[in-house]
Ligand binder design. Structure first.
Ligand SMILES: Cc1cc2nc3c(=O)[nH]c(=O)nc-3n(C[C@H](O)[C@H](O)[C@H](O)COP(=O)(O)OP(=O)(O)OC[C@H]3O[C@@H](n4cnc5c(N)ncnc54)[C@H](O)[C@@H]3O)c2cc1C
Length: 461
């Protein structure tokens, strides 16, 4: 059967655009199918940070001794080896070369902005100037320059298979045939059914859950892959961010000037802990916590701004509206919020001693030590219920081939980006740990899909 293109890419985010441009440069004819009326998906909304080791920007910043080897070691340790090593290794090895490619295309990164983006000690987070949108625009300009076809408002609904090979895509009643297909359709943050099925820790938060992802993050890649016999990985994994749930503004952190206590009435973390570890800590402590502070602290809230939910005026309004708990006594506050009272009283006493000493003896919070002693007292329910990205998805090998039920590649099928479930462990590695792999595996998938398509057409051996 003749083919319309060598390679079809499903999705035009960071992964899909990197794949399309790379496949073209490897000699393939390419089309990108995009469900939305605009390119970019979550990538265009994203910070676009790139987690990588051994980059030219690190060297320009004076970090000369970082390497893919060290990044891999950290990645595996952080995740207690509960990730597929060959895929993690492929990311670590290919991150810096992909990063240099992005630079060569014109994405601007500045040495003074490279930062420690996770809980490691080496600065590996690379924020681009202009955030994810700038990266998407640059990649899309490369696509346009190469005359790579793009079909907007075209949602892939099925894969065409022949003789055990994926040879095309259906979009409603349209068929497009190719030598290889790359699924780069992003995550499933906007699909509540999938959240319930594949991410119970997020589903736990009920109607408090919302996603910051692009509007078409429906998990189509999982459905498409499953039709072709793909296996999946990454059950119950993803990144959840903390929110008091007052609005749908993205506020990644809680204020340093509160204490977070579980329903048991105990603190369980420094309130300034990295966002990468917070959801895991909440899970261990009953999924929900209360930000507790006093009137004096509320009045001074604007001296250490966090976001619109946490201004002194907003907190007062929410208290008036009954959306947060407020009481003249800690005992009554605990009763209202259903927090164990005795441990709460002990926790506050201990915390106030830390405040008096100027040292957080228990959790080493470096800032925000503000005693809780002036009534009224406040308790704000906080949950990790904002979906930043989803971790469950298709299983791939290190060269992005989708893995079938017999542990062999599903012939002709590749995947990259958030639709992939193989890479992430229980802990997010840090800022850039999702956008970086999207670009990196996008590039690998473009190369590999082109190779497969040209080989099966007899154009290369
Ligand atoms: C606000 C925000 C900030 C973030 N900041 C960072 C950050 O700084 N660093 C980091 O590492 N990560 C960050 N992330 C996560 C990261 O941006 C994403 O995981 C990554 O961009 C995903 O890229 P992708 O190409 O896989 O998917 P996407 O960029 O979502 O692209 C997928 C595309 O596929 C399309 N699509 C879906 N289904 C179909 C279908 N059936 N047919 C055709 N097209 C389809 C979608 O419309 C979309 O355009 C952030 C995410 C958000 C939302």
């Amino acid at each position: 059967m003749s083919r319309d293109y060598d390679v079809i890419v499903i999705g035009s985010g960071a992964a899909g655009l990197a794949a399309a441009v790379t496949a073209h440069d490897a000699g393939a004819s390419v089309i990108v199918l995009e469900a939305d009326n605009i390119v970019g998906g979550s990538s265009r909304l994203s910070g676009g940070h790139f987690y990588a080791a051994g980059t030219s920007i690190q060297r320009e910043a004076g970090i000369t001794d970082d390497s893919a080897e060290d990044m891999f070691s950290y990645y595996m340790t952080l995740n207690q080896w509960l990730v597929e090593p060959a895929v993690a290794r492929a990311y670590c090895d290919n991150a810096a070369p992909t990063f240099e490619w992005m630079r060569s295309l014109g994405v601007q990164y500045l040495p003074e902005r490279v930062y420690i983006s996770g809980i490691d000690t080496v600065p590996r987070g690379h924020p681009p100037e202009g955030e994810g949108l700038a990266v998407v625009k640059i990649l899309d300009a490369e696509r346009i320059e190469r005359d790579i076809d793009l079909a907007l408002m075209t949602r892939a609904t099925g894969l065409i298979e022949e003789n055990g090979e994926v040879v095309g895509v259906t979009a409603g009643d349209q068929e497009v045939r190719a030598g290889a297909v790359i699924i780069a359709s992003g995550g499933f943050g906007h699909n509540p059914e999938f959240v319930e099925k594949y991410w119970p820790d997020a589903h736990e938060h009920g109607d408090r859950v919302w996603a910051i992802s692009g509007p078409k993050a429906m998990g189509d890649g999982i459905t498409l892959g499953e039709q072709a016999g793909a296996t999946s990985a990454g059950f119950n994994r993803g990144l959840l961010l903390l929110t008091p749930g007052f609005n749908r503004d993205l506020e990644v952190a809680v204020p340093p000037w509160c204490i977070l206590v579980s329903r048991e009435g105990r603190r369980f973390t420094a309130e300034t802990a990295p966002y990468t570890v917070m959801a895991g800590l909440f899970k261990r402590n009953g999924f929900v916590a209360y930000a507790v502070f006093d009137e004096e602290t509320r009045k001074q809230a604007d001296d250490m701004p966090v976001g619109p939910s946490w201004t002194s005026e907003a907190l007062l309004n929410y208290a008036e509206q009954g959306r947060i708990f407020r009481s003249e006594s800690l005992e009554d506050l605990a009763e209202q919020a259903k927090i164990n009272v005795a441990p709460l009283l002990g926790t506050v006493e201990k915390y106030n001693e830390s405040c008096a000493d100027g040292v957080d003896h228990d959790y080493f919070k470096p800032i925000g030590l503000s005693p809780i002693k002036t009534p009224p007292y406040y308790a704000v329910e906080v949950r990790p219920s904002v979906i930043a990205w989803t971790g469950y998805g298709l299983r791939i090998g290190p060269e992005t081939n989708v893995v079938g039920k017999d542990e062999r590649p599903v012939q002709g099928l590749f995947a990259a980006g958030e639709t992939v479930g193989t890479l992430h462990g229980d802990r997010y590695i840090g800022g850039g740990g999702s956008f970086g792999p999207a670009l990196t595996f996008g590039r690998i998938s473009g190369r590999e899909a082109a190779r497969h398509a040209l080989e099966t057409a007899g154009l290369i051996e």
